[in-house]
Design a protein around this ligand. Structure first.
Ligand SMILES: [Zn+2]
Length: 407
């Protein structure tokens, strides 16, 4: 097969996110197949795309979402998480596989248009979400949610595990390199110890990511202390759940001791600031302590029912603001750190060869309109600031995933 070569010609600025965090001016990027082959001048290819009016950056990575919930956007606002879940669960039960497919196409469309090229998802009927991912050209890590409302409902639990394993097989059979299966034990309050450990075992069996919610609310913490005598991270560690394959969403209610445990076990954290603030979970993921302990932290939107947007540019700004406010310190979460969370950290957490624009990396690339009013005045030393504090998804003009132009 002949490999298609595309040149992104004369890029006004390239935000590389390489080790030196270089921003290049007037360079070409040669895309060969699904990878970036070369960055330089006068590069030749089969297809030439003029990028002289573009800021070129790595695609954003949404480390925690539930894209199948898209049809429920605006349905449950302004309420506590437990009330919210009780309102949503009956509606989610009614969703058909086809409706979840439609929801996924809507969510993926929103993500691609706002510069997200990869997302880490947990929901049900994920095989239909996988179909949508394949068709629309985005990259995704998909897990079947394993939580239940009634832990005594053994039949339902057994069915969920069969579906979780079937999803892994279904995705493997698709042979689409953009789609990776995972396992999704929902949380300690919707999964028994047995379910958590079975989820863990399943993830190990197929060597996939174990995607879970941890320490999201004060209620989760209080219930955990009441039921197990331990805090959520302590409890999960005591049963042997935590390892380097775990991606933990939220982690808003964790102590320094728990953070050390997360670091020791190699757990990755998906910070979801908008969702946490909308649900007023109170606890804010302690970014400074996580960084000091060496925990890898990425950024996620959570679903459109608790956000209500999938725009990762907005999420970056909200992340920076909430972290500064939390520490009474404007030097916390500088723009470069937040951009790292939304790009290179997300890629590392998912084990993807992406998140930066460098030779050999996957060609997941976003082109912003350099003339967009939100990006003015456009100066090289202000670009990172613009991306985090003033841009939004409307600045996105073209998107490449796996070397193919999808927007
Ligand atoms: Zn979630």
């Amino acid at each position: 097969m002949i490999c298609m070569k595309t040149v992104l010609k004369n890029c006004k600025f390239i935000v590389t996110q390489n080790k030196k965090r270089e921003i290049l001016t007037n360079h070409d990027i040669l895309i060969s197949g699904n990878k970036i082959e070369k960055i330089g001048g006068n590069l030749k290819g089969d297809q030439i795309i003029d990028c002289s009016q573009n800021i070129v950056m790595p695609g954003l990575i949404n480390l925690h979402t539930h894209v199948g919930m898209h049809l429920l956007r605006g349905y449950a606002d302004d309420m506590k998480l437990d009330t919210w879940l009780k309102k949503l669960w009956p509606e989610e039960d009614k969703l058909t596989a086809d409706q979840i497919y439609v929801a996924a196409t809507m969510g993926i469309n929103e993500m691609l248009r706002t510069g997200t090229t990869c997302f880490n998802d947990m929901y049900f009927e994920e095989n239909r979400i996988a179909d949508a991912v394949k068709e629309l050209g985005i990259r995704a890590v998909l897990s079947r949610g394993l939580g239940v409302e009634d832990l005594a409902d053994k039949k339902r639990i057994a069915k969920k595990f069969i579906k979780a394993e079937n999803l892994i097989k279904y995705i493997k059979n698709m042979k689409c390199s953009r789609i990776t299966p995972a396992v999704g034990p929902h949380a300690i309050y919707t999964c028994s110890k047995d379910m958590l450990l079975k989820g863990c075992k399943l993830a190990k069996k197929y060597k996939v990511i174990n995607h879970v919610h941890i320490a999201e609310t004060r209620k989760e913490l209080a219930d955990s202390l009441k039921n197990t005598g331990k805090r959520p991270v302590e409890y999960l560690d005591s049963i042997g759940f935590l390892d380097k394959n775990v991606i933990a969403a939220h982690c808003g209610w964790v102590t320094k001791g728990e953070i050390r445990t997360l670091a020791k076990r190699g757990v990755k954290v998906a910070h979801c600031p908008s969702s946490n603030m909308k649900l007023a979970t109170g606890g804010i993921m302690p970014l400074k302590e996580m960084q000091e302990a060496g925990v890898l932290v990425g950024l996620g939107t959570d679903s459109v029912v608790s956000n209500n947007s999938l725009d990762m540019f907005s999420e970056m700004k909200i992340c920076a603001l909430v972290q500064k406010q939390n520490y009474w310190n404007p030097t916390v979460a500088p723009a470069q750190t937040v951009l790292d969370m939304a790009t290179i950290n997300g890629a590392k957490a998912l084990g993807l060869n992406a998140g930066s624009i460098e030779p050999g990396k996957l060609a997941d690339i976003v082109l912003l309109d350099a003339n967009h009013y939100l990006l003015q005045p456009l100066k090289k030393d202000r670009i990172i600031s613009h991306l985090v504090y003033s841009a939004n998804g409307s600045c996105v003009q073209k998107v490449f995933v796996d070397g193919k132009q999808v927007i």
